[in-house]
Design a protein around this ligand. Structure first.
Ligand code: COA
Ligand code: AMP
Length: 632
């Protein structure tokens, strides 16, 4: 294999089958593939058809069998509970085989769906791997979502079972999970019979005797279950994500391609060795958590670190440095917003000086664009490479990165560097023409996506095609817009749909709009993402009231905030709304959200030629000035 970026990249595009077959040789297969890539039914490409394997076996058992049972698989550090644990590969194998036994006792078999709604505890990793061991498909739901969002996922994947815990722990409050789970089960049309419940000492509850199975009791009596071979193309998990409409999309990840892509990335992108500790400071509810807290480090056989806490306030902005130093972390992966939070609390990086970071080599940032200020601050204070890389739930790993294990390319602030091998990234005009260097357009990937790319959406093949593949035939449309410069550096500048990025969390403004529109006093509403110094973006709502409403605007806004919190969840961070007389629209009735966004961000804007009444823009601007947005 060549060892410079240019040659590796070229090789991956010229001979993708050879390239990925070689990468696949690091994975254990019970049966080899009939062919590396099935391209007979575009855009539904499948990697390694005919092959059989098991993700849990590759992530756990094979390391034990290779004599690495005593190696630490998982380090757990919870600032929220003061707990520290280390779990070896052998211990992880014991827990995972037992948990698979618990699932087996509940008649869970290959292809069944299991919802995991859990905080950042090692049992969540055990639950994911236990499902994978049996070929069951897990769907992890982020703890910051409300019952309605959980219910939507229960219904969409028709889950057989929920695995949950009694609480999550946020710095200022305990998030009681049981009322959320109970309400979601009540709201869902699909019937959930059984819940496996992990009692956390921080919050013990009375279980529902006929429904709930106690995690600890069940584990103690479980008969360990062996892993079962599954097809490489069988789903490993479904992860719901936002965009295009209020209804979340069930991104499907397969077993074979996923392992090949992630395993390759550990060395080639992150430059990690098996003897090292890798820390993704994310949450298992997001794709970063799936890929880089759980699957990639474990499949690769290094040590993963799971952290329950925040970058600031638990107890201070030095906690990341404490964890890096205490566990000799080689690479940290987190969101730029975490660094903005640290920088705000400790602008001179004084707390860094209290810790020995000699093992720490690289900081990786993703989830949103790394703004040059944050990049420079982190580079200067840490004196190490800071690597912005760009990816999505849909791909499961980075599409654009500085591949540190291949060649450390010069960094250009504001760019996640170049296309990762396997991704043929092009910028297209609205008519599908490939644009020249520097020209802004839709960022697309020429099909097929490399291994680990989503093969479909759960039970929604048509939506898969319509949402991602139809606008530019032969390409996957990422939903991001930007340009590629003359050196091949990618610049991701905006979304082309309704997705906003709030503190590294992906949200749909469409979903928030739906909640606002359902309020009894609201005639119509629009939500945009406004720039925020800490969180990158924040949602901002505009509501037009029905005629005759006399309630105070302040009360209505408070109710809107509360509704979004109750229906989508606290993670939406919906705090700001304004009541307006009218929304700006085109003559055909389309709301001019982009223009509203520019006004709110105090950017230059022009009334589009198609606007129905340009005076509405002045009304919007005045309303925004009153609440502290938009320059007068
Ligand atoms: N369960 C329940 N509630 C949660 C939650 C969870 N797992 N995660 C967040 N929330 C809640 C928060 O408590 C907060 O609630 P509040 O309105 O009552 O205060 C709300 O959701 C918004 O949370 P967040 O946007 O995360 O803001 P924050 O002020 O709590 O923290 C940061 C700000 C920057 C410290 C935090 O967002 C962070 O660490 N971000 C990094 C994100 C990340 O790693 N993303 C993964 C991509 S790599
Ligand atoms: P998610 O699916 O939650 O990972 O969110 C994916 C979206 O986050 C992408 O489509 C981008 O809009 C944004 N994103 C992620 N990483 C980056 C990055 N490094 N630079 C710019 N945008 C990013």
């Amino acid at each position: 294999m060549p060892k410079n970026y240019h040659d590796v990249y070229k090789c991956s595009l010229e001979n993708p089958e050879g390239f990925w077959a070689e990468a696949a040789s690091s994975i254990y297969w019970t049966k080899s593939w009939d062919k590396v890539l099935d391209d007979t039914r575009p855009p539904f490409y499948r990697w390694f058809p005919g092959a059989e394997t098991n993700t849990c076996y590759n992530a756990v058992d094979r390391h034990v069998e290779a004599g690495h049972g005593d190696r630490i698989a998982l380090i757990y550090d919870s600032v929220m509970t003061g707990t520290k644990r280390v779990i070896s590969y052998k211990e992880l194998q014991d827990q995972v085989t037992r948990f698979a036994g618990v699932l087996h006792e509940q008649n869970i078999t290959a292809g069944d769906r299991v919802i995991i709604y859990m905080p950042m505890v090692p049992e969540a990793v055990v639950a994911m791997l236990g499902c994978a061991r049996l070929g069951a498909i897990h769907s992890v739901v982020f703890g910051g979502f409300a019952p309605q969002e959980l219910a939507t996922r229960i219904d969409d994947c028709t889950a057989e079972l929920i695995v949950t815990a009694t609480c999550g722990l946020e710095p200022d409050r305990k998030v009681e999970y049981m009322p959320i789970v109970d309400e979601a089960i009540e709201l869902a049309s699909h019937h959930i019979e059984k819940v496996i419940l992990l009692q956390r000492n921080e919050h013990l509850v009375d279980p529902s005797p006929r429904r709930d199975i106690d995690w600890h009791e069940a584990m103690a009596r479980a008969k360990p279950a062996d892993w079962v071979p599954v097809k490489a193309t069988d789903p490993l998990y479904i992860l719901y994500t936002s965009g295009t409409t209020g209804q979340p999309k069930g991104v499907v990840r397969d077993n074979g391609g996923h392992m090949v892509g992630l395993n390759w990335s550990m060395k080639n992108i992150y430059n990690i060795d098996q003897s090292e500790v890798f820390w993704a400071a994310s949450d298992i509810g997001w794709v970063v958590g799936h890929s880089y807290i759980v699957y990639a480090p474990l499949i690769y056989g290094c040590t993963t670190l799971m952290f329950e806490g925040k970058p600031v306030g638990t107890p201070d902005a030095g906690v990341f440095w404490r964890v890096i130093s205490e566990y000799k972390v080689a690479a940290l992966f987190t969101a730029p917003t975490a660094f903005r939070a640290i920088k705000r609390e400790d602008p001179n990086g004084e707390l860094i000086k209290n810790y020995n970071l000699e093992n720490f080599r690289t900081l990786f940032l993703a989830g949103e664009r790394t703004d040059p200020d944050t990049l420079h601050w982190a580079e200067e204070k840490l004196n190490r490479p800071v690597i912005d890389h760009w990816w999505q739930t849909e791909t499961g790993w980075a599409m654009g990165a500085n591949c540190m294990g291949i060649e450390h390319l010069p960094i250009k602030p504001g760019s996640p560097t170049k296309a990762v091998p396997g991704y043929d990234i092009q910028i297209l005009s609205p008519s599908g023409k490939q644009l020249a260097a520097g020209e802004m357009g839709a960022i697309c990937v020429k099909l097929p996506l490399p291994p680990s790319g989503f093969p479909t959406l759960w039970n929604a093949e048509k939506r898969y095609v319509d949402a991602y593949m139809a606008e530019f035939p032969g390409y996957y449309q990422t939903g991001d817009a930007g340009h590629i410069d003359e050196d091949g550096y990618i610049y991701v500048m905006a979304r082309t749909d309704d997705v906003i990025n709030v503190a590294g969390h992906r949200l749909s403004t469409g979903a928030i709009e739906e909640v606002l529109c359902n309020h009894q006093d609201v005639a119509e509403a629009a939500v945009i993402g406004v720039s925020d110094q800490l969180k990158g973006q924040l949602p901002l709502g505009f509501a037009v009231l029905k005629l005759g409403v006399t309630k105070s605007h302040a009360d209505i806004i408070q109710e809107l905030r509360q509704s979004v919190r109750e229906i989508i969840g606290p993670v939406a961070a919906f705090k700001t709304a304004v009541i307006v007389e009218r929304l700006p629209k085109t003559r055909s009735g389309k709301i001019l959200r982009n223009t509203m966004q520019k006004i709110a961000n105090s950017e230059d804007y022009k009334a589009p030629a198609t606007i129905e009444d340009p005076t509405v823009l002045t009304e919007i601007k005045n309303a925004l000035i009153e609440i502290g947005y938009a320059r007068s």
